[in-house]
Design a protein around this ligand. Structure first.
Ligand SMILES: *[C@@H]1O[C@H](CO)[C@@H](O)[C@H](O)[C@H]1NC(C)=O
Ligand SMILES: *[C@@H]1O[C@H](CO)[C@@H](O)[C@H](O)[C@H]1NC(C)=O
Ligand SMILES: *[C@@H]1O[C@H](CO)[C@@H](O)[C@H](O)[C@H]1NC(C)=O
Ligand SMILES: *[C@@H]1O[C@H](CO)[C@@H](O)[C@H](O)[C@H]1NC(C)=O
Ligand SMILES: *[C@@H]1O[C@H](CO)[C@@H](O)[C@H](O)[C@H]1NC(C)=O
Ligand SMILES: *[C@@H]1O[C@H](CO)[C@@H](O)[C@H](O)[C@H]1NC(C)=O
Ligand SMILES: *[C@@H]1O[C@H](CO)[C@@H](O)[C@H](O)[C@H]1NC(C)=O
Length: 512
């Protein structure tokens, strides 16, 4: 005890000095200190993973009180699908509540937790059951890593959260707590990557409420969890190949395409260069995401008769922010009204007359757009995202395009939670002792909940959306509060709600 009271202030001082070196560059980029703890490894070990990231052991952690109540343990078996032994093959195991305290530059950070369910010492994998909180937000509750990995058919799990570390303290406490005395908690790796704070910049996402351009500001300190981050029409982009210093993983979208109508995927023409405009700094998404796309196909009659659809499993009972990344990358599409399409989210129109060239300004220029949806109920549900040609402006081609898609789960307020239920193990797998199929990295990294097999369980209350839309007209300030789940949104700023967004105003003046 006495030891730690001396130790902690000293370390905080050291860290404070370290964090002076780190500052927001003002241009939206952040180059603050990144922290990677290879939990359970000896403190003197610095090891590098397959993405070139250096990890430090946490045995004598600068970030935690003496690790007395915890045990360092090695995994009993190395699954061949692990991308590298670091940080998975060692774990920190907790029999009681344990807090890591990180002193950071205030602002938004990615907090990534790495879990490899395995027997650790005399503790067997199925006995792990625990919660994790960070910065006052519950990230995981009664988390059963074994069950989650089995349900997703993967060997390991990476959970990516984004939290706002508040000033002036800059302390981020990450606490692991076993669910009961009979259970234990564990973690293999903790990664903290400072990011930009512009995620929820005004005017904020558009509510997917039937295509009316209604910005819905989100509180700037809202914590979120990355549920899906897809390079649509392309290969997975590894953390090492991400743009900016963020080490995000981008997965292939093919496992999420609904049905046999997968459209066509393609890369950019050789003479097209991706040119990031000031409104889309390169750290938004790497070139590898914008340089590949999926479209519906060359045959207008076929395109008119189907929706290009993705089904994305998520936890019910939360708001979701969906970020669509677009970029026209092939000739001859260079002009406005060559390709125009509608975007549906959960069978509701989120966007009419999406014209990438009109929004981006030209071929090779990226643009992104955020939409907000609400899901109700509990357990797992699916988000449906669909594209369909829009003929109202008589475009030259009957087609649609998408380059990237991110799905973020927003914390609830009141409950201050991001925790969903453990996904159910699909029937066919119960009692099947066989090992997981080659644990595709992509599947583990961002898919947070159940397989697409859970497709039937839909708990989205469209009625709630309608109710919101109705009450929004009558009483704007009260609109969000009337919605389940609890409001995550700011009270809309006056004047923001009814006016068209900048981009839609631009759009209208360009279209008849
Ligand atoms: C594991 O072994 C340690 C000592 O080696 C003991 O204190 C602990 O109670 C054991 N845990 C279980 C779950 O058996
Ligand atoms: C975790 O899930 C597995 C698989 O469903 C189950 O066998 C085990 O009992 C669960 N563990 C706890 C502590 O609930
Ligand atoms: C997020 O953190 C930054 C840095 O401490 C702070 O300036 C900002 O006020 C925080 N946002 C909110 C809404 O608390
Ligand atoms: C973080 O945890 C430490 C030790 O458990 C505690 O003293 C401190 O008040 C906590 N700080 C915050 C900001 O939660
Ligand atoms: C770029 O290449 C495509 C075909 O590969 C061609 O149709 C187009 O005219 C070229 N554009 C320019 C500006 O060179
Ligand atoms: C969307 O419509 C399809 C087909 O009618 C239906 O199967 C699906 O459940 C709907 N999805 C949602 C989220 O309502
Ligand atoms: C596409 O999805 C929308 C929204 O769910 C639906 O109204 C429409 O009928 C679908 N179109 C086709 C061709 O399936």
């Amino acid at each position: 005890m006495a030891k730690s009271t001396v130790l902690v202030p000293c370390l905080l001082l050291l860290l404070a000095i370290a964090s002076f070196a780190a500052a927001d560059n003002g241009d939206g980029s952040a180059d603050s200190v990144q922290i990677r703890l290879n939990c359970g490894a000896s403190a003197t070990d610095t090891a590098t993973d397959s993405d070139g990231r250096a990890w430090d052991g946490d045995a004598v952690s600068k970030f935690a009180p003496p690790l007395g109540a915890s045990v360092a343990a090695g995994a009993s078996y190395q699954d061949p699908s692990l991308p590298s032994p670091i940080p998975y093959m060692t774990a920190r195991v907790f029999d009681s509540t344990h807090t890591y305290s990180f002193l950071l530059t205030p602002g938004r950070v990615f907090l990534r937790l790495y879990f490899y369910p395995s027997d650790y010492g005399n503790r067997s994998a199925p006995d792990a059951l625990f919660g994790v909180t960070a910065g006052g937000v519950t990230l995981l509750r009664d988390f059963n890593a074994s069950q989650t990995a089995l349900a997703l058919n993967v060997a390991y799990l990476v959970r990516e959260f984004s939290v706002n570390v508040s000033s002036p303290t800059g302390i981020l406490n990450v606490t692991f707590a076993p669910a009961s005395a009979a259970h234990y908690a564990f973690v293999n790796g903790i990664e903290i990557v400072p990011t930009t704070s512009d995620m929820f910049a005004k005017p904020g996402p558009t509510f997917a409420n039937g295509g009316r351009p209604d910005p819905m500001p989100v509180r700037a300190d809202t914590a979120f969890q990355t549920m899906h981050r897809l390079n649509v029409g392309g290969e997975a982009v590894s953390p090492a190949d991400d743009s900016g210093p963020f080490f995000r993983a981008w997965d292939s979208d093919s496992p999420y395409i609904f049905g046999a109508a997968t459209g066509v995927n393609y890369g950019k023409d050789g003479n097209v260069t991706i040119r990031y405009p000031p409104s889309v700094p390169p750290h938004v998404a790497p070139e590898g995401v914008y340089a590949t796309a999926r479209s519906m196909g060359p045959t207008p009659e076929i395109n008119m008769n189907y929706n290009l659809t993705w089904i994305l499993p998520v936890d019910a009972g939360f708001y979701y922010l969906l970020r669509f990344h677009f970029c026209e990358i092939q000739y001859p599409i260079t002009k406005v009204n060559q390709r125009s399409f509608d975007i549906y989210i959960n069978n509701r129109t989120a966007q009419v007359q999406m014209d990438v060239i009109a929004w981006s300004g030209g071929i090779g220029v990226p643009v992104y757009k955020d939409y907000l949806v609400v899901t109700t109920g509990s357990g797992q549900t699916d988000l449906w995202v669909a594209l369909h040609p829009d003929l109202s402006s008589r475009p030259e081609y009957y087609d649609a395009i998408l380059n990237g898609l991110e799905v973020f789960k927003l914390q609830t307020y009141g409950g201050n939670s991001l925790a969903g239920d453990n996904p159910k193990i699909p029937e066919r797998q119960v009692g099947d002792g066989s090992r997981r199929v080659s644990g595709k990295k992509s599947a583990a990294v961002s898919a947070a909940v159940g397989g697409a097999a859970a497709g039937g369980l839909l708990a989205v209350l469209i009625g709630c959306l309608c109710a919101c839309a109705v009450c929004r007209r009558g009483n704007k300030a009260a609109s969000v509060v009337a919605c389940e789940p609890e409001a995550v949104l700011e009270e809309p700023a006056h004047g923001l709600l009814s006016g068209p967004t900048k981009s839609s105003a631009f759009f209208k003046s360009d279209q008849k």
